[in-house]
Ligand binder design. Sequence first.
Ligand code: ADP
Ligand code: MG
Length: 340
Amino acid sequence: MSGQKSKSAGLDEFEIIAEYFAPLSLGLDGAVGLSDDGAVLDRAGAGGDEHLAVTTDTFVAGVHYLADTRSQLIAQKLLRVNLSDLAAMGARPYAYNLSLALNDRVDSDWLAGFARGLAIEQENWGIGLVGGDTVRTPGPVTLTVSMFGHLAPERRLLRSGAQPGDAIYVSGTIGDASLGLQVLDGKIIVENTVDAAFLKDRHYLPTPRISLSAAIAAWASAGIDISDGLVADLGHICAASKCGAEIRLEDIPFSDSARKVIDRATEGNVTFVDLLGGGDDYELLFVVPADEAERVEAVCADDGTPVARIGTILGSEEGIRVVDRNNQTLELKSRGYRHF
Ligand code: ADP
Ligand code: MG
């Protein structure tokens, strides 16, 4: 940072880096303990003729997380959403950069919790911190991670490549994170504490589908992670692949907790169709040629990740539709989260 040194919690930029972040870099050689101008990574740990995958995600306080969220959870989710992007590319995570714009409300407790959250996820996923930047802002706290991973180029998982007739799959369950956010916001009341905790947890701590994506990458014709909502992200695959799609509401996997919330909902509340527009699930949405479906399902079972076949890729003239059990096309209120 140029000009005035950035002060937070009585610590300057260099003290913050040395105290909270340098310890997180020790695993990686070329990071030189975050003590130099940057990192020099030996092919970023890639083997053979593997390629480097790079992704970036930014969180703005009050936009991407509720401003009073514990800093440990913010850090964990920030790494997990970047990990999910690597999963969406079919890459194995390796290392990350961290850029922090901090304001006066950040104190040493906040920083300690944040660093703890990073350490937990580093351990979970075998990644290390190799660089970043630390500045002061008069605005909201803004946090950016750039993450690096490896993949064999022929296994790269793109949004393009889906063909009419291909089968559409999704991992895990859909809509829990958006319900969890509504529970946190007080927009819906879930009396059962186990269900409420499950849904909130799905909002705070998505599961990046790293091993699943590595398992299916050889067969999949296209893939994406669900950050904006199932229908919106399917739309991204269809746009990139120049195709349409039909998904069947009956086949979409919903958690027991989500089902209970919806079953109890009265008029004006959330419906199953609404969950298809809810963001932040970070499940993997992928497409495979129909004649590989059985084999891919076996691969997913071996990986231990639940997946569901939810629909079929169509020609581009068909658009994207969601149908009920009587093949009636359903009206969608929201097509997913948009920033602009
Ligand atoms: P410069 O002035 O050259 O930008 P800095 O003083 O900003 O360098 O950073 C010094 C070192 O600390 C660099 O290696 C940088 O990558 C690292 N660094 C700065 N902030 C962070 C951070 N939040 N997380 C990880 N590394 C950081
Ligand atoms: Mg700098």
